[in-house]
Design a protein around this ligand. Structure first.
Ligand SMILES: Cc1ncc(COP(=O)(O)O)c(C=O)c1O
Length: 348
C-alpha cells in the first residue's frame, strides 16, 4: 500500500478505511448517491448469500439484460452488462482501438478516456469545449474510430441537447459513444436515438442514480450486431451473481431511484444558489454534482482546508479546471456542513 498510497489519496481524496480527524467524512468527491439503494436491492443481495455462490454467474447476465431491455424499451440483444461502466469503456476501447487509431472527444471530460486510449496505444484527438461547454463545432468534422461524449459532462456537469448529439451521430463515420453516467439527473437521454442510428452506443451506470457504486453495474445499449461484437472481448464472468441480482432489483424499483433523484435535484438548486452567494461561478448542472469556480483563483488550498475538516470535494490541478471545485450533491445536512466550513474560511 505504501507506494500506492499517494495514488489512492489523489483519486479518492483520502485512503479508504482511514478517517480524517474530526469525525465522519462528508464525502462529496466521487459523485456517489447519498441515499441508500432500494429495499428490494438489499433483499436481493441478502438472498444471494447461499451455497449457490460456489457457482459461476451467468456470463451474459441474461436476467439483467432482459430487465434492462424491458425498462429502457430495447431488445435484450441490444444490452451488454459490465462491471461498472468503466468496464464497458475498457471493453469498447479494447474492441475498437488499436495502435495509432484515433479516438475523438471534447475536453475537459472524464479522465479515464485518456488512460484507456493510452493503454490501447491509440491517439486521442481532443477538442476543447467552448467556455459555455456547448458541443464544439469541430467535433462534427473530426474523424476517428470512436467518438466519446460524456453527457452530462464531468467535471463540468453541463448538458448538451439531444438534437445536437443526433446531428453528430448522423454525420460521424465511426462509432459514437454517449456516456450517460449522470443522465437520470438530466432533462433527456440519447437512448431514443438508438432506434434511428446503428453507430451509437449509450452507456449507463447504476452507480449514481441507483445508489449502487459499490456493486459495480454498468449497461451498454446499442445495435445488436455491434453489441455482440463488443461482447467478444469482455471477460467471461465480468459481473457477479450478486451484482446481477442487485441490478435486476434496482431496475424493478424505478420509483425509488426517481424519488432520490428528485431530492438530489432540489438540493442541487439550493447548493448552486448558496455557492453563487459566496462568489462562486457555478456552471449549470444536469448531474448530481456541480462545478463551482472562482475565476483565476486556484482552489487547491480550499480543497485542502475542507479536507482537513473532514469534507472531501474534488479539485483538478489542470489548466482549465484548477480554479474550480467539483462538489457532489449530498444530503441537505452534508451541504449545510460544507457551506458552514466555507463561511468559516471567509470569516476566519
Ligand atoms: C462520466 C463517467 N463515466 C463513467 C463512470 C464510471 O462509473 P461506474 O461506477 O459505472 O464504473 C463515472 C464515474 O464517476 C463517470 O463520472
Amino acid at each position: 500500500m505504501s507506494r500506492l498510497r499517494p495514488v489512492v489519496e489523489r483519486m479518492h481524496g483520502y485512503v479508504p478505511g482511514e478517517q480524517p480527524q474530526g469525525g465522519p467524512v462528508v464525502k462529496l468527491n466521487t459523485n456517489e448517491n447519498p441515499y441508500p439503494p432500494a429495499p428490494g436491492v438489499l433483499a436481493a443481495v441478502a438472498a444471494c448469500a447461499s451455497a449457490d455462490l460456489r457457482l459461476y454467474p451467468d456470463p451474459s447476465a441474461t436476467a439483467l439484460r432482459e430487465t434492462a431491455a424491458r425498462v429502457y424499451g430495447v431488445r435484450p440483444e441490444q444490452v451488454l452488462v459490465g462491471n461498472g461502466s468503466d468496464d464497458l469503456l475498457t471493453i469498447l476501447m479494447r474492441a475498437a482501438v488499436g495502435p495509432d487509431d484515433i479516438v475523438v472527444y471534447p475536453e475537459p471530460t472524464y479522465s479515464l478516456y485518456d488512460t484507456l486510449v493510452t493503454i490501447q496505444q491509440g491517439r486521442a484527438l481532443t477538442i476543447p469545449f467552448p467556455p459555455d461547454f456547448s458541443l464544439p463545432q469541430a467535433l462534427g468534422v473530426a474523424e476517428g474510430r470512436l467518438l466519446l461524449l460524456c453527457n452530462p459532462n464531468s467535471p463540468s456537469g453541463t448538458f448538451v441537447p439531444i438534437g445536437a448529439i443526433e446531428e453528430l451521430v448522423a454525420g460521424h463515420p465511426g462509432i459514437v459513444v454517449v456516456d450517460e453516467a449522470y443522465a437520470d439527473f438530466a432533462p433527456a437521454s440519447a437512448l431514443p436515438l438508438l432506434a434511428r442510428h446503428d453507430n451509437l452506443i449509450v452507456l449507463r451506470t447504476l452507480s449514481k442514480s441507483f445508489s449502487l457504486a459499490g456493486m459495480r453495474i454498468g449497461l451498454a445499449f446499442g445495435n445488436a450486431e455491434l453489441i455482440a461484437g463488443i461482447a467478444k472481448v469482455k471477460d467471461s464472468y465480468n459481473v457477479s451473481r450478486v451484482a446481477i441480482a442487485a441490478g435486476v432489483a434496482a431496475l424493478e424499483d424505478h420509483a425509488w431511484m426517481e424519488r432520490n433523484v428528485t431530492r438530489i435535484v432540489a438540493t442541487r438548486a439550493r447548493l448552486c444558489a448558496a455557492l453563487a452567494c459566496r462568489d462562486y461561478e457555478v456552471l449549470p448542472s444536469a448531474a448530481n454534482f456541480v462545478f463551482a469556480r472562482r475565476p483565476g483563483e486556484d482552489q487547491a488550498a480550499v480543497q485542502g482546508r475542507l479536507r482537513a475538516r473532514g469534507i472531501l470535494v474534488r479539485h483538478f490541478a489542470v489548466a482549465r479546471l484548477a480554479d474550480g471545485l467539483r462538489i457532489t450533491v449530498g444530503t441537505d445536512e452534508e451541504i449545510d456542513r460544507l457551506l458552514e466550513e466555507l463561511d468559516g474560511f471567509r470569516d476566519g
